[in-house]
Write a protein that binds this ligand. Sequence first.
Ligand code: PLP
Length: 405
Amino acid sequence: MKPVLKSHKLANVCYDIRGPVLQEAKRMEDEGHKIIKLNIGNLGAFGFDSPEEIQLDMIRNLPNAAGYSDSKGIFAARKAVMHYTQQKQIKGVTLEDIYIGNGVSELIVMSMNALLNAGDEVLVPAPDYPLWTAAVSLSGGTPRHYLCDESNGWLPDIDDIRAKITPNTRAIVVINPNNPTGAVYPDDLLREIVAVAREFGLIIYADEVYDKVLYDGVQHTALASLSEDVLTISFNGLSKNYRSCGYRAGWMVVSGDKRSARDYIEGLDMLASMRLCANVPGQYGIQTALGGYQSINDLVMPGGRLYRQREVAHDLITSIPGVSCVKPKATLYMFPRLDPKIYPIADDQLFIKELLQQERVLLVQGTGFNWPQPDHFRLVFLPYEDDLREAIARIARFLENYRKR
Ligand code: PLP
C-alpha cells in the first residue's frame, strides 16, 4: 500500500500544548519516571473538583440525556447562558443566538470553518492560545499575529493591530483574560479594539473562558457589552470557571449586527447540525453551574488555593537569575521570560525537552503559543504548593546548569 499522507489542510496547523514534548513525557512515564506536569490547564487532574451540585444534576438528568438534543443545545442551558449574557451587559441576545458545543474548542473551529475562504486573514494575538491560530489555518485562512506588549502588562498593541490590517482581514480574535499571559484588559483598550473593528468592518471573536478566574479584585468586562453594532462572537464554558474540562460543555453567543451576518449564521447553523449536538449530559450541568454557588471565588480570593499557588509560583520563578514575569491577574498560567543574554536559547522546544529529560518537569515552550522568539515558556500553577515548589526548584537547577554551559 502507498504511504498514507495527512491532508494538505494540516500543513500549517500546529498545537504544541499536546505536541512532541508531551509524547516524550508519555514515553518517560511508561518507563516509570514520575513527571511534574506544569503544561496543561486541566484542573481535575490537580484535585480541583467540579462543584458537587453540577455533578449531582448531571447524574440526576442522565436518564434524559441519552438522546440527541437540539443542535444548538438544550433549552435550559441556552436560557441560562442568555441570563448570563444579561448579567454581563451584552444586549439583544436571544436563545437563537446561543450555540452549545463540546467545549469552546469545537465552537472555535466551527466559527472559523463557517467564515473563512482562502486568502482571508484573521488577526490573532501573539502569544495566543494556539487553537485559534490552528483553527484559522485549518479553515483555509491566514493567521496574522498582533503583538501583546510584555512591557505594558501584556496588553494588545493597538498600533500593531492597525498595522497588520489588510483588505483581506475579516476578523480579530481577543483572548481576555488571556492564556498564556494572565492579562486582563482594561475597558479603554477594549473600546479601542471595538473602534478598530468598527472602522475596518471586522468581526470580533472574544474568547472569555477565564472570565471568573480573576485575582486581586480585578473586574472583567465582556467585549460584546461595549457595542451593539459590531458583530461579536463570545466564547465561554464550564471548563475553567467551573473546573469541569472533561464534561466538554461550552457555548458561543452571537451579538451585534446580526442582520448583516445572516449568511454566516446560516453557515454556523449548518455546521452545528452536521455534528448533531453537543454532549448532552454536559449540557445539563450548565444551568446549575451558572445559577449555582460560584465556588471559584473561594479559590481566587486571598488565601484561596489558586491565589496562593499563583503567589508561590510567581515569587519563586522570578527569584531565578535572568527570569522575569508579568504577574498574572487572571487564569491558571504565567508566561515568564528568559533573558536571552543569560540564556541564549536557539530552539525553545529542545530547551523544554532537555528540561523534561534532566529534571522531569514538563512545561510548554513560548513558540508553542506563537510567540516569535524562543525566550519564553508557559507555566501552569495548578499543582499543589509542594509540587510547585519542587518543580520550580528543579527548573532553577536546570537553569543554573544552563548558565554554566
Ligand atoms: N480558550 C482558551 C483561551 C483556553 O485556554 C482553552 C483551554 O485551555 C479553551 C479555549 C478550550 O476550552 P474548552 O475546554 O471549553 O474546549
